[in-house]
Structure formats: structure tokens, C-alpha cells
Design a protein around this ligand. Sequence first.
Ligand code: NDP
Ligand code: 8X3
Length: 252
Amino acid sequence: MNDVVFITGATSGFGRATARRFAEAGWALVLTGRRQERLEALKQELSAKVPVHIATLDVRDAEAVKQVVAELPAGFREVKALINNAGLALAPEPAQKVGLNDWHTMIDTNVTGLVNVTHALLPRLIETGKGASIISIGSVAGHWPYPGGHVYGATKAFVEQFSYNLRCDLLGTGVRVTDIAPGMAETEFTLVRTKGNQEASDKLYRGTTPLTAEDIAEQIYYVATLPDHININRLEVMPTRQAWSPFNIDRD
Ligand code: NDP
Ligand code: 8X3
């Protein structure tokens, strides 16, 4: 029987690379996301290697999440790793210039969506027990403030604290919990953040060496396959060519 990984946001970036990484290692895949055609393409690509189940899913919809979990077919029900990856940033402008809808979308996806999926899968993960993992994708933005980070960074701070608190409650179940916090990585993330501005996205990554989706997929796979008795609480990963800046000072 293959181990089963359940991935949210498998249609792009980290999620898609993670699907490929786990497929390489022989895990059965539950792949979710809103863009069905991308899920189908990924299923077509990977199902020669491993069993693949796809489900079109908006993580913000708690009822839909429950249904997808309840309807997992045989062979995909004993979930060993949940990868809470679906998420987004919007509106890199200063807080005072951002529409309230954009704030709500980030909270609904990165916080409410993540807890919807975690809540629905917790019983399955506890049933799996020893060696099971909940791996949530936080961000350096959840720990370190920067201009334009406003609600995005705050949603990722939630991911960190929620992960630690889950660990407290899951002690004794064998289920591990990790917050993986990447820095700058080239995916569709900036295209989404800038609402489709390809030039702005290209500009951010030009002339430097960002992380790749495959780099993060490798970290996720590493955390999920450590010996059962090891729990990485938080793993912050930056490109070598990214670091902090000095404080900004408002002067006369
Ligand atoms: P991408 O935009 O490439 O991928 C985001 C994924 O999230 C897509 O598969 C998208 O699928 C899915 N998603 C977004 N909203 C929803 C929703 N409502 N329901 C279900 N799925 C959704 O970006 P990344 O791969 O970079 O981002 C993955 C995660 O990593 C996010 O949580 C992001 O915040 C985090 N992160 C990214 C960093 C970076 O620099 N790239 C750094 C640190 C953290 P679909 O649109 O098909 O639903
Ligand atoms: C996204 C990475 O560096 O834009 O979480 O905050 S960064």
C-alpha cells in the first residue's frame, strides 16, 4: 500500500512540485486546487507512476472541504501527510491603499482555508498516527515585518502559532506538525500578488537567484520522511541572496 499525501494548491508552484517529488518516491497523491484542467494535466503526468486522486476544491468552502475528505476513495483514505500549501498574497501596496476585499481574500484562504482542511483531516491523520505529518506553508513574512506585508504577513504568523498550538494538542498521537517558512521563491506567487502583472513578477526575480518550487518541495519531502520520532517545528528557508534590511527611519 502506498503512503498517501494530501496536497492543497497542487495546480502551481510549490504544490505542483511537491506532487512530483512525492510521486518520485512512490506516494499516492490526493491533489486539490481550483483549476481543474491543471489537476487533470498533473494526474495524466503522474498516474503512470503512482495512484492519483484529484478533487477540484476551493479551500475557503468548509462544506466542500468536508465532502472531498469524506469521499476519498479506497487507497487514498489513510492520509499520512497533509501539505497545507494553498495560499496567496495580494496587494503589495501600503495598508492604507489596499481594498478590504483583498485583506478578506488572504484571511479566507490562508487562515480559514487552512483550518478548514486541517480540521477535516485531523481524524484521518490521528488514525494514521505515528509518522503522520501536517506540514503547513508559512512564510518569512509571518515572522519578519516588511512594507506591504500587512495582512499577508499576519496570516502567515497565524500559520506559525497554529502549528505550535497543534503540536501541544497532538502530543501523544504520533502526528507531527511543521511550519515551513520560505523566503522569496519564483512561482506564480508574484503574478497573483500583482493581479497578473508579468513584468512586475519578472522584475522581482531578475538579476538574483530566488528559491525554486523544487527547492521547497525537497524540504517538504525531507520533513515528511524524517524518522517518526523527529518533529521539525519550524523550518525557515531563504535564498542565499536574500537577507534583512536596516530599520526604516522617518526623518524631517
Ligand atoms: P502559486 O501562486 O504558484 O500557487 C498557489 C497555489 O495555491 C495554487 O495551486 C492555487 O491553486 C492555490 N490556491 C490559491 N487560492 C486557493 C483557494 N482558495 N483554494 C484552493 N487553492 C488555492 O504560489 P506558491 O506556490 O508560491 O505558493 C504556495 C504557498 O507558498 C502559499 O501559501 C504562499 O503564501 C506560500 N509562500 C510562497 C512564497 C514565494 O515566494 N513564492 C514564499 C513563502 C510562502 P488554484 O488557483 O488552482 O486554486
Ligand atoms: C512570500 C515570500 O519574501 O515575499 O511569502 O515575503 S516574501
